[in-house]
Design a protein around this ligand. Structure first.
Ligand code: G6P
Length: 375
């Protein structure tokens, strides 16, 4: 291929390590020291963004997980209702279109058949009923079907992604969504200048935070050995770490063929607790946030049943006060935007190193395609 592997054994590994640069490239020309440039979403953006009262996100796979993180952000940080659905469901259930909805499609390739069909259907319905439903696509490929069909386009500058399992595209999608959050918040008067400055400063720190997270690779290689003889794994998180747990489970199953499931930690008692024994690896994501104490009590429930706990935590989270867990101090002092982006990094490395041990075809996992252009 045209893209060189260099020192890396696989494209996935190369792409994981390119993430600091992908973030820099995606932010380039879109922010200043203190603010986001509204023009980042095109010259029509300001008018269209001012006219909407809710957001509907539609995507597939990893791109869907990026949208799920954004749903938490939009409602929590700027109080804008946000709905999200996988494209293959949305397009076939005859959904009701509400006027003043911003439709956001997220796609690395811009060619995913279901996402594209959902967008076409939305445009058709809106035109028949004459509704105000602007469309925005967040996409990594400039001349793609999705970008051609959308009113507004925001290009992620991840660079070409070769590995079937998406890594750097996901990270830049989250960056794009954080800029969308800030821009919508600003245009609609839902975000103070101070809040905007805090978000932008967080984004500027992000490449460094990702580099620090990548430095945990050796530690993660060791942890990966625990998965050599495993056939399933459970990932837990709360808040934005729930979609990050979903993404981590997807990465692990895609490339290592270990069955993995993600659960919101608060749902443990409603089923997955029955699966826990000394053979079940349970991976938890523990940022230092308002939900930490709740998460800790979930972890105790797992520990009490002999589950093999591996916790990726903020240095200040101290989840291990009672022992019996493997703890990776993945990051420190991350904010609400930077936390999910940063915690995802060591989980990508975990999936990668487990796949290496399992000896699978990391860049071309069986039965999967990079771009799903047929249903
Ligand atoms: C496939 C790829 C995934 C990707 C998904 C959506 O399943 O293997 O990595 O997340 O399609 O693709 P898109 O290009 O729309 O983001």
């Amino acid at each position: 291929t045209a893209v060189e592997l260099g020192e890396h054994r696989h494209y996935m590994h190369k792409e994981i390590f390119e993430q600091p640069q992908s973030v820099i490239d995606t932010l380039e020309g879109r922010i200043t020291q203190e603010s986001v440039l509204t023009s980042a979403f095109g010259h029509q953006a300001e008018t269209l963004f001012a006219s909407i009262s809710q957001i509907q996100i539609i995507a597939c796979g990893t791109s869907y997980h990026a949208g799920m993180v954004a749903k938490y952000w939009f409602e929590d940080i700027i109080g804008l209702p946000c709905f999200i659905e996988v494209a293959s469901e949305y397009r076939y259930r005859n959904p009701v279109l509400l006027s003043d909805t911003l439709f956001v499609t997220i796609s690395q390739s811009g060619e995913t058949a279901d996402t594209l069909a959902a967008l076409q259907q939305i445009k058709q319905k809106r035109d028949v009923k004459n509704l105000n439903c602007p469309t925005l696509s967040i996409c990594n490929v400039p001349e793609s079907s999705l970008t051609r069909e959308s009113d507004l386009v925001f290009l992620t500058h991840a660079g070409p992604e070769v590995g079937v399992a998406s890594t750097k595209a996901f990270t830049t999608q989250l960056v794009a969504l954080s800029l969308l959050l800030t821009t919508l918040g600003k245009v609609q008067g839902r975000l103070t200048q101070k809040r905007e400055r805090i978000i932008v400063q967080g984004l500027q720190k992000l490449p460094g935070l990702i580099r620090n997270a990548l430095n945990h690779e050796d530690e993660i290689k060791e942890i990966a050995k625990r998965f050599a003889d495993k056939s399933s794994a459970l990932f837990l998180g709360r808040g934005t770490m729930y979609p990050i747990a979903m993404e981590a489970a997807l990465k692990l199953k895609e490339i290592s063929y270990i069955h993995a499931e993600a659960y919101p930690a608060g749902e443990l008692k409603h089923g997955p607790l029955a699966l826990i024994d000394e053979y079940m690896p349970v991976i938890a994501i523990a940022p230092h946030d308002d939900l930490l104490e709740k998460l800790k009590s979930n972890l105790q429930e797992v520990r009490a049943r002999g589950g093999q706990m591996i916790v990726f935590e903020d240095e200040n989270a101290n989840t291990d006060s009672e022992g019996g867990m493997k703890v990776v101090k993945a990051t420190t002092n991350v904010g609400r935007i930077t936390a999910p982006i940063t915690f995802n990094i060591p989980l990508q490395l975990l999936a990668y190193h487990v796949a290496l041990i399992k000896g699978t075809d990391v860049d071309q996992p069986r039965n999967l395609a990079k771009s799903v252009t047929v249903e």
